[in-house]
Every structure is written in structure tokens, then in C-alpha cells.
Design a protein around this ligand. Structure first.
Ligand code: MSP
Length: 683
């Protein structure tokens, strides 16, 4: 076998990267969006490095489950997938996926190649006809052996499998076991990450059975050449997309095959690291250089997001509500490459305010404003350069981490540099300094840093990077960085890149929330005591009477990531059933205190009503665990605060809302309210 596929791409060479092709039997979910974003990041990075890059994504449109979904929808499979394809293409557009092609397995160009590949394996003597009996999971479109089943159910979907007995064509997969073992052993880069490689190697120590590659009980698929009673097994069909898409409309096979990276999730690793290479080997095609296996996006409870669990989050909704680039950033920064991670909108919002708004947004705003006010917007090279702010070493570190497929760490390195630049500005304080030469030097160095930042940000947040470049007057996304101290700058001030989320977004509204207020410029503001508070939405799950205090309830409150015991003085005001399953706002970082012998961890915010009763404030439909915010005040909460600290942040009622000063408290579900008179204190 040619070793061509395993050489690293030469500079100025090519880079062919693919995603798995999605089943369009339902709407796209976050897992699909995540995978495309990761692949797009690597594609954009390599394109920026000057490689001729080709990114392929698409749809896996055949098979029994698509046929069933179409039947349920009362339409034909073709009409069904045609409709679904629009939705999946829209997802790519929305997320700014820079795919060069979108393959659909129902296209004639794909049919042609898949059938040819099948025939080629037959000609090699690697296909035979026989009978198959096995346990089939229609959701995976895959057979399982007894030892793979868990309690007789599919190990992925937890559903009963179907006993299938039918005649079938088989591929002599077993024969290639020693060969694929040797390939994986001698090419450590073939499977990323290493844990997955080890997993496959140990699975290969067991028997590898020949693979059934046709089905004859339904007909939505590609007919087996010379035997139209059978359709080609959907996985054989699907895998061949990685080549079929290169053959037409233009023949790009010579240019791009073998693939440099197949990006896939961990549930389909066997198909990509064993079955596909063996098919390619049998047919005489070179092998892909790498299969990159990402982790799963999990829900809050740590379960895989999956249609059959009903915990799927709509990526289009998140992208529209919070901005597609914010979602891209969150995916690439918060989910460690190759590992599973939990999805939390609250974390996304926190990163938006902290890393994007405070770190990056604030840096660009400060620099541009100062260059404008002190140097009429223009700064030319000259004066001493600050080696510390030279972006080149950061670029090298970033490139090294990307090459190792550790994109989340590349982003950490970039953010360390952003913070360093902010710290440098704070230290030099050009807003206070009157020496114009010193200021020119400080700000020129900061602009140089921003040039590097724009370049390294481009594969992650292409539009934001272009906006940074525009504001400092350089072309968008330069390739490799020019030497330090050679660029002339002319800044153009624009609105803030990451406006504060002033008001909760209107449900279903597009883009970022409408109202925004500019971020602070100049020196960072003294942290407002409100930012010390960790106010969270909690759900009361249990209400008990305190054994030693008539006025207290002992509540079990779910805060999303944990459950807490909180003692609350509500017993004279509310019945247990009025509190059970109620959402409340909890001061979660109040120092734990013993109340009549029981430890209370946190305080429920409440206020006095006109009728003399005390009522907890109401966060509406906000998600459990979500942080309650005030616009314009962000920052990490203190690990623990005292009641005295809390008293420094007077919260009062105004017009049915809880306000801090004049600003309402809010969550993504709306403002936090309570039925109490204006002026009542919230405590
Ligand atoms: N059609 C097959 C792939 C054929 S590739 C030749 C398939 N489709 S899928 O729609 O079920 O999954 C598409 C991709 O999304 C897979 O790589 C899968 O691992 C990934 N994800 C599906 N759910 C996921 C999460 N919850 N999290 C991250 N990615 C996961 O399999």
C-alpha cells in the first residue's frame, strides 16, 4: 500500500478534511454542529497557512431508518431527504462552515462510485454471497454480536435490537485483521486521540467477522451491481462518500485523495478505522492519514445528546440567539479536543461576558479609542518594540498545538496572550501618561499584538477576526504573520464587538439581543460589589420543617450542578406545597452557617409583600443553575461572601421587578420579579 497518505501535508500542499455525513431522519442537533465546527476550524487554519484545502460534509440519505421516517411523514424517501437537506445546508451556512462541497448519497455521482467500489471488491474476490443472522439496531444501522449487546439491547441506543435473518453479500473483513492491526500499530497518528487508538487495537485482538454489505428487506438504497434484489449496506454506501464527492463535478481525486483527516464522533470509530481502511486497501486506494475522533456533547446530566433521549438542543436556535461565532468559540474553547463535555448555556454566556467581552472586546476598544484620541488614529512603525508582545511566538505555539489536534489549548494560549496585552496596557496606563513618545510606543505594541490576535482568531471566529482587522486598518486574516514592527496602522472605531447582554433576548429573536451598552474603556472599572454575588436559579425539590425552629423550613434546592440544603424563614408565610417544585433565586456563595443546629448553604432571596407575608422572588422560566445578572456588571463571583458583603448590594423592588440601583436583575428567561411594593428590600 502506498505510504503517500501518511506523509504530513507539505507547505503549499493540500489538505483534505471531511466530517461524518449526517442521517437526516431528524433535525440537526448540537453534536452535528460541533463536529462541523471542529472540522471547519482545521480547514480554515490550513487554508490560512496556504494549503489548498478541501472541506467536505454532507448527508447519509439511504437506509431503513430514513425510509421509515419518510413513511411516517407520509412522503417518499427522496422528497423527504430533499427537504431535510435544506435544513442541514442552512446549519452549515448559519455556522459559517466553509465547506467546499456538500455530498448527498442519493446523488447520481455518489451512486456511481459506491456501486463501482462494490464491484471492485467483488472483482478482487473479497465479496461472497451467504446467509446472515444477527441482532440489528436500526438506529445505528449496525449488527451487534452477543458480547457487544448490553442486557440484550443496543449498547449505543439502549433499545431492543431486531433479530435479522437474511441472505447477504459479505466483505472478507476478517482476512484483513492482521493488516489493519499492523497499520494502526505502525502509524501512531492514524487515530487521534490515543485512548481511541488503544480501544480499537484491543478490539482487534478479538475475532473480526466478515461484514454483511447488502440488505434485501427494503429498497431505499443503491442496488448491488448485478443483483437488484439487494441494496448496498448503508455503511458501505456512506463511507464511499469521501471519494465519490471528489470524482464529480470536477475530478479532484488526484489532487485531494487520500484524505488528511476524517473528523468523526466516537460512536462510529470502528467503521472509520477498521472497515473503511480495509475496503480501501482491498480496492487499492491509499488510506486517509488520520481519523480524528471527537467526544460527545452531553447534557447537564452527563448523557449523550441524542434524538431518542429527547435532550437535543437546537443549534440553530442557540446560534441565532447568542450569535453563531459565540457558539463556535464556545465549542472550540470549552470542549477539550477528543473528550466529552457538558453543554451549558450559562457557561456560554459567562464566557461571552468574560473572555470575549472583558478580555478581547475591551482590549480592542481601549486601543482603538486611545490611538484615535492621542494620535488621530494613525501609528507608524518606529520606536522600541516590546518582545513580550511579539505575536510570532504565540503563533508558533498555536500552530504546534493545532498540529497536535489540541485546538482548545491553542485557544488558551491565544487568550493568555490577550490577557498579557491587557495587563501591559494597565501597567503602562497610556490614558494617564503624558509623554507622547512613550504612549506611541505602548499603543504601537498593543496594535502589533492585536494584529496577531486577529490572525489567530480567524479560524475560530472569522467575522470577528475580520472586524478586529478592520478596526486596526489591516487586511482581514493575514496568512503567516509579518515580522514585528513593520506594519502601519490607521484605526477605525466601530461599536463594541461583544455588547453586554443588556436585556434578555426576546424568545426566538435573531442575532444578539438588541440593546447594548458600550464597554468600559480606559482603566478597568473597580469591581462592583454586585459582581461578587453568585446568584443562581434553584429548584426547590424538598421541603421539610426544621426540627428546632418554628420559623424555618429545611429545603433541598437543586442548583443544576449540585443539590444544597438551605434553611429559609418562610414557614410562617407559605405552605410546603407552595414551595415544592418552585424556582427561586439563591445566593449560592453565602458563607455556610449553622441555623439552630443545621448547616444552611445559601439563602433564598425574598421580600415582604403588602399583606405582610414574605414571598420568594421569581426567576420565571429560567434554567436551573443559571446565573442571575445585572447588565454592565460582570466578573467572577467571590468564593464566599458574608451577609455584610451582601448588604453592600441593596436590592429593592421597583415596578414588580428586582433592581440593583436602577438596573433590573435578569436571566435569559426575563427579568426577575416579585409581587411586592416599590421600595421593598430584597434579602
Ligand atoms: N450517518 C452516519 C455517519 C456516516 S459517515 C460515513 C452517522 N450519522 S449521525 O447523524 O448519527 O452522526 C453524525 C456525526 O455526529 C457522527 O460523527 C456522530 O458521532 C456525531 N454525533 C452525533 N451525536 C453526537 C453528540 N451528542 N455529540 C457529538 N457528536 C455526536 O453516524
Amino acid at each position: 500500500m502506498s505510504s503517500k497518505g501518511n506523509d504530513p501535508p507539505a507547505p503549499g500542499g493540500k489538505f483534505y478534511i471531511t466530517t461524518a455525513i449526517d442521517y437526516p431522519n431528524s433535525v440537526p442537533h448540537l453534536g452535528h454542529a460541533y463536529e462541523k465546527t471542529v472540522a471547519d476550524f482545521y480547514a480554515r487554519w490550513h487554508r490560512q497557512q496556504g494549503l489548498d484545502t478541501h472541506l467536505l460534509t454532507g448527508l447519509d440519505e439511504h437506509g431503513e431508518k430514513i425510509q421509515e421516517a419518510a413513511e411516517k411523514a407520509g412522503t417518499t424517501p427522496q422528497a423527504f431527504v430533499d427537504d431535510q437537506a435544506k435544513v442541514f445546508r442552512a446549519l452549515c451556512q448559519e455556522l459559517e462552515i466553509s465547506n467546499d462541497d456538500f455530498i448527498r448519497t442519493s446523488e447520481p455521482r455518489h451512486h456511481r462510485f459506491a456501486a463501482e467500489l462494490f464491484a471492485r471488491l467483488q472483482a478482487r474476490g473479497d465479496v461472497y454471497f451467504g446467509n446472515y443472522e444477527g441482532d440489528y439496531c436500526i438506529s445505528c444501522e449496525s449488527f451487534y454480536t452477543d458480547s457487544q449487546l448490553q442486557d440484550g439491547k443496543c449498547p449505543i441506543h439502549g433499545r431492543p435490537t431486531e433479530r435479522v435473518k437474511e441472505e447477504s453479500y459479505f466483505f472478507r473483513l476478517g482476512k484483513y485483521r492482521p493488516w489493519i492491526q499492523e497499520h494502526i500499530r505502525s502509524h501512531p497518528e492514524f487515530i487521534y486521540p490515543e485512548e481511541r487508538r488503544n480501544e480499537i487495537l484491543s478490539r482487534l485482538d478479538e475475532e473480526v467477522r466478515d461484514l454483511s454489505i447488502s440488505r434485501c428487506t427494503f429498497n431505499w438504497g443503491i442496488p448491488v451491481p448485478g443483483d437488484s434484489r439487494h441494496v448496498i449496506y448503508v455503511w458501505f454506501d456512506a463511507l464511499s462518500n469521501y471519494i465519490s464527492a471528489l470524482l464529480s463535478p470536477r475530478n479532484l481525486y488526484e489532487r485531494f485523495w487520500p484524505a488528511d483527516v476524517h473528523v468523526i464522533g466516537k460512536d462510529i470509530i470502528w467503521f472509520h478505522t477498521v472497515i473503511w481502511p480495509c475496503i480501501l486497501h482491498s480496492a487499492g486506494h491509499p488510506l486517509p492519514r488520520q481519523v480524528y475522533v471527537h467526544g460527545f456533547i452531553l447534557d447537564r446530566e452527563g448523557r449523550k445528546m441524542a434524538k431518542h433521549l429527547g435532550n437535543v438542543v437546537d443549534p440553530l436556535e442557540v446560534a441565532r440567539r447568542h450569535g453563531p461565532e459565540v457558539l463556535r468559540y464556545y465549542f472550540l474553547r470549552a470542549f477539550a479536543s477528543g473528550l466529552d463535555g457538558k453543554f451549558s448555556l450559562e457557561e456560554l454566556i459567562e464566557r461571552y461576558h468574560g473572555e470575549l467581552g472583558n478580555d478581547l472586546g475591551n482590549l480592542i476598544l481601549r486601543v482603538v479609542k486611545l490611538v484615535e484620541s492621542k494620535f488621530a488614529g494613525c501609528l507608524a512603525p518606529g520606536g522600541a518594540v516590546e518582545a513580550d508582545l511579539d505575536p510570532l511566538p504565540v503563533e508558533e505555539e498555536y500552530a504546534r498545538l493545532v498540529e497536535r489536534r489540541e485546538h482548545h489549548r491553542a485557544l488558551e494560549a491565544l487568550w493568555a496572550f490577550i490577557r498579557k496585552t491587557n495587563a501591559y496596557l494597565n501597567e503602562r496606563a497610556p490614558w494617564k501618561e503624558s509623554d507622547s513618545r512613550a504612549n506611541a510606543r505602548t499603543l504601537y505594541n498593543a496594535l502589533e499584538a492585536l494584529r496577531g490576535i486577529a490572525s489567530l482568531l480567524a479560524p475560530v471566529m472569522p467575522r470577528t477576526a475580520a472586524a478586529v482587522a478592520e478596526q486596526i486598518g489591516i487586511p482581514p486574516a493575514p496568512g503567516s504573520l509579518a515580522a514585528f514592527g513593520q506594519t502601519a496602522y490607521r484605526v477605525v472605531r466601530k461599536g463594541p464587538l461583544f455588547p453586554r447582554l443588556e436585556a434578555p433576548p426576546a424568545a426566538g429573536a435573531g442575532g444578539l439581543p438588541p440593546a447594548a451598552h458600550p464597554q468600559p474603556s480606559g482603566p478597568p472599572a473597580e469591581s462592583d460589589p454586585f459582581s461578587w454575588l453568585d446568584l443562581r436559579v434553584g429548584l426547590i425539590e424538598e421541603v421539610k420543617e426544621h426540627p428546632n425552629a418554628d420559623s424555618l423550613y429545611v429545603l433541598t434546592v437543586n442548583l443544576g450542578s449540585e443539590r444544597r440544603t438551605v434553611c429559609a424563614g418562610l414557614r410562617k408565610h407559605l405552605q410546603p406545597q407552595e414551595l415544592e417544585r418552585r424556582k427561586v433565586v439563591v445566593l449560592a456563595n453565602l458563607k455556610p452557617a449553622k441555623l439552630r443546629g443545621l448547616e444552611s448553604r445559601g439563602m433564598i432571596l425574598a421580600t415582604d409583600r403588602r399583606d405582610g407575608k414574605v414571598a420568594p422572588v421569581d426567576p420565571g422560566q429560567a434554567a436551573v443553575g443559571e446565573r442571575v445578572q445585572v447588565s454592565g456588571i460582570a466578573g467572577p463571583a467571590k468564593p464566599a461572601i458574608t451577609l455584610k458583603d451582601f448588604e453592600k448590594t441593596p436590592l429593592r423592588m421597583k415596578g414588580g421587578r428586582v433592581v440593583y440601583g436602577e438596573k433590573p436583575l435578569w436571566t435569559s428567561a426575563g427579568e426577575v420579579g416579585c409581587e411586592a411594593a416599590d421600595g421593598a428590600t430584597v434579602r
